[in-house]
Structure formats: structure tokens, C-alpha cells
Design a protein around this ligand. Structure first.
Ligand code: PMP
Length: 436
């Protein structure tokens, strides 16, 4: 596979060589690193992207989740390019940020107020700061393997640090204030929330780790809502991926559980950089000049050069309007269900010990030990638990990804992908053929 890949991608190989001289490992995002080298893309449209060697790929990486509408939706492109000409930064308020905030508040049940950022990482950081300011408490409770960005508070408890040790470059003191619990040990979560009076907030990926790769039951979200309310703890749903994807109102609308704060990015900015924290007015008041004056309380400091960049604001607003108007969430979810069953049919026909599963517009490939995971009939991804994300044989995942690239399909490395509303039946059929 690797030899064929090298032979097919000389242009990407050349760029990767040049990149290594100036970028660590030649990449700008950890999950784009793969041996022998990743693809270098030159353009994209709808459900497809093209590499510098001229090959077309059906794209399931989906802009890391930003592209529910696919690449370059004409109405989003039109809005963004018009705004580019009008101005990309006014260092002043602009109408687009007001309309963007109104749209988020209209769609998302928990959103009474919004503050914009440039990324999801910034949004989750601000959510924690708001919660700490609101409660006067210090700790952030999180769940093993749930991803919330790469800043210090969110890196502790991720990847190989379930044991609470600090990742390299993160102070031990930070790791100590961000305990990562096992979400499947519900009694321990309930107990910790009842007993530890220093917990400011709980943050959770509401579909479960990695967009439902290790899923959570809606009942757990209901229980979390109850336990946090009982103990004065701020509940944060990290809907950076799921917001406007699972439903125009996010997981919170789909399951009817309203968190105190919600973090957003990706789809919210219509395929451009952007993020937001939204939630209860009373908590967002921490950022409010007049309220802080009135209450004689220090305001939370929050500048940010590109907060609500006008181009992201118009692209995001337009994308959210289209999602609402065109039923994009339902379409992408239906296509993903179809793709999951097509891939499982291939697996069954080939007699492989693998499985494809997932919710909404996500799909996850399980290439681990299916027998140990309960077999085809007894497979319950919740039981994959904390090791679930790491149970995949890394070289098999790598070879599968390269082999799919050879067949004109690009998936993400978890391994799995996201289906957009721009995919169609022909894409799914071609993908199943490629997979076979
Ligand atoms: N939270 C979740 C659930 C995410 O999936 C991501 C990004 N993959 C982030 C936060 C961080 O967002 P960003 O990459 O925009 O900083």
C-alpha cells in the first residue's frame, strides 16, 4: 500500500519534504500527520477535494467537522467574498456580528447570550473561566478521552493521561485541578459532584468521546444536569462538533437537556475560523461591563483580535440559515446511516472482524478485537470505555487510510469520518466500492 501511495502522490511527497524544513514533522495539525506523508490539497468543492497530483477524493474529513454543507456552498462563498471586499476587520462593531449572535440564540436552546472567539479551544477556555468566575470555585471536572481543545486545562485528562498525570509542558497544578473521570462509572461521578465543593464546572462531549465514538446515553446527560444543578456546578456542553450538526439546535435540542453553557466552533463559522461560548445571561454577565460595575465585581478580561471577524460572521450566519432552511442535519444523518450500512455490508461480505457504527452524520470504524468487544451481536461501543479510543491497531488504521486514498476516499484518523449534506448516493456507492 505504501509503495503504491508513494508512486501516486509525488506532488504531495515533494511538498512534504519542503514542509519538514520549516514545520515540525511538516504538519500544522497533529491529526494530519501520517506516514509516509499526508495529502496536499489544491482545491475542494461540495463533497470532494483534489490533491496537488490531480486526484479527486470523496472527503469524509469534513474540515475537521466544520463543513456540514460541504466545501464551498455557493451562498456561503457569495456572502464571504462580498464581505472580503467590504472589509475584513473594522476594529468596530458591525451588523454581521449582531445577526450572527441572534441566529445562534434563535437556534440553540441554552443560548441567551453569546461571546465570539476564533476557535473552539478559545471557546472552551472561556467557558471554564466564566464558570470559575460565576461559582468562585477552581476545579473543572471532565471525562476521560473527551476532547475539548489543546489548552492546558483541556489537555490534562486527554490521550495517555487518564491517570491525572500532567502532559508534557502542562504544570502538575493544572492537571490536579482538572480531574478526568470515567463517564461509565456513574456512581463515582455523582459522588464526586456531591462531595467536592471546589468543582466549578463539568464539561462533556454530549454524544460521547470523539463525536460518539465512545457514546454516552441521553440518560447520563439528564443525570449530569440534575447532579450539577443540585450542587451549584456549571454544566458545559461542548458542541464544537455536534452543534448545528446533530440537529440545528445541537444535541441539547435533540435530547432535551439544556446546559448552562455551550461551546461552539466549526459549523458556527460556516467553514471559516470562529468559535463561541453561549449560555445563560447570568453567567455571561461575567463579561458585561455594566453588570460588573453595578455589582462592584471585577469583569472577566476578554480581548481577541479576530473575535467575530466579519467574514466568519457572514459565512457563519448564512451557513446556519441554510442548515435550518434545507434540513441539512437530517440529510447528512440519513446519508451517514446509509453509508454505515453499506460499509457493514462490505465487512460482512468479506468476512472481516470489523464493524462500522455511529450516530447522526458520524461514522466510526472499529478495527480492534471484535470478539473481546462482545462480537458483532453483543458489540456495545459504550463498553469500549476509556481504552476505546486506543484499541485500534495503529498500523492497520494507517494502511486502511492510505489504501482508501488510493481508491479516492479520504477518512479521518480516529478512524472514521463525517458525512456532509453535499454528499450523494453516488458518493456512497463509490465509497463502498473503494472500501471493498
Ligand atoms: N471541542 C471539540 C469537541 C472538538 O472536536 C474540537 C476540535 N476538534 C475542539 C473543542 C477544539 O476546537 P478548535 O480546533 O477550533 O480549537
Amino acid at each position: 500500500v505504501e509503495q503504491a501511495y508513494l508512486a501516486r502522490t509525488p506532488g504531495s511527497a515533494a511538498l512534504a519534504r519542503q514542509a519538514r524544513a520549516v514545520l515540525p514533522s511538516g504538519v500544522v495539525h497533529d491529526s494530519r500527520w501520517i506516514r509516509p506523508h499526508g495529502l496536499y490539497a489544491s482545491r475542494a468543492s461540495g463533497a470532494h477535494k483534489w490533491d496537488v497530483d490531480g486526484h479527486r477524493y470523496i472527503d469524509y474529513f469534513g474540515g475537521h467537522g466544520a463543513l456540514l454543507l460541504g466545501h464551498g456552498h455557493p451562498e456561503v462563498v457569495e456572502a464571504a467574498t462580498r464581505q472580503m471586499a467590504l472589509g475584513t476587520h473594522f476594529a468596530a462593531g458591525h451588523e454581521a456580528e449582531v445577526r450572527w449572535a441572534e441566529t445562534v440564540c434563535r437556534l440553540l436552546p441554552s443560548a441567551e447570550r453569546v461571546r465570539f472567539h476564533s476557535s473552539g479551544t478559545e471557546a472552551t477556555q472561556m467557558a471554564v473561566r466564566l464558570a470559575r468566575a460565576h461559582t468562585g470555585r477552581g476545579k473543572l471536572l471532565r471525562f476521560q478521552a473527551h476532547y475539548h481543545g489543546w489548552q492546558d486545562d483541556m489537555t490534562a485528562g486527554y490521550a495517555s493521561h487518564f491517570d491525572g498525570t500532567a502532559p508534557i509542558g502542562v504544570p502538575e497544578a493544572v492537571a490536579a485541578r482538572t480531574p478526568a473521570l470515567d463517564p461509565y462509572d456513574e456512581a463515582a461521578v455523582e459522588r464526586r459532584l456531591a462531595e467536592d465543593r471546589d468543582i466549578a464546572a463539568v464539561i462533556v462531549e454530549p454524544l460521547g468521546a470523539a463525536t460518539g465514538k465512545v457514546p454516552l446515553a441521553p440518560d447520563f446527560l439528564r443525570a449530569l444536569r440534575r447532579w450539577t444543578a443540585e450542587n451549584g456546578v456549571v454544566l458545559i456542553f461542548d458542541e464544537v462538533i455536534t452543534g448545528f450538526r446533530v440537529d440545528p439546535g445541537g444535541v441539547q435540542a435533540a435530547v432535551g437537556v439544556t446546559p448552562d453553557l455551550t461551546t461552539l466552533a466549526k459549523i458556527v463559522a460556516g467553514g471559516l475560523p470562529g468559535g463561541a461560548v453561549a449560555g445563560r445571561a447570568e453567567i455571561l454577565e461575567g463579561l458585561d461591563f455594566e453588570a460588573s460595575e453595578r455589582k462592584g465585581r471585577e469583569k472577566i478580561y476578554h480581548p481577541g483580535t479576530f473575535n467575530a471577524c466579519p467574514v466568519s460572521a457572514v459565512a457563519g450566519t448564512r451557513a446556519l440559515e441554510i442548515i435550518e432552511r434545507d434540513g441539512a442535519c437530517a440529510r447528512a444523518s440519513a446519508l451517514a446511516a446509509d453509508l454505515r450500512s453499506r460499509l457493514n455490508a462490505v465487512i460482512a461480505a468479506e468476512g472481516l472482524p470489523w464493524l462500522v457504527y455511529g450516530e447522526a452524520s458520524a461514522f466510526h470504524l472499529f478495527l480492534g478485537d471484535l470478539q473481546a468487544a462482545g462480537g458483532r451481536a453483543g458489540f456495545d461501543p459504550r463498553r469500549l470505555g476509556r481504552e476505546g479510543l486506543q484499541a485500534q491497531p495503529p498500523d492497520l488504521v494507517r494502511q486502511l487510510r492510505l489504501a482508501l486514498n488510493l481508491e479516492g476516499v479520504d477518512i479521518a484518523g480516529w478512524p472514521g469520518g463525517l458525512v456532509s449534506a453535499a454528499h450523494d448516493e453516488a458518493d456512497l456507492e463509490e465509497t463502498a466500492d473503494a472500501f471493498a
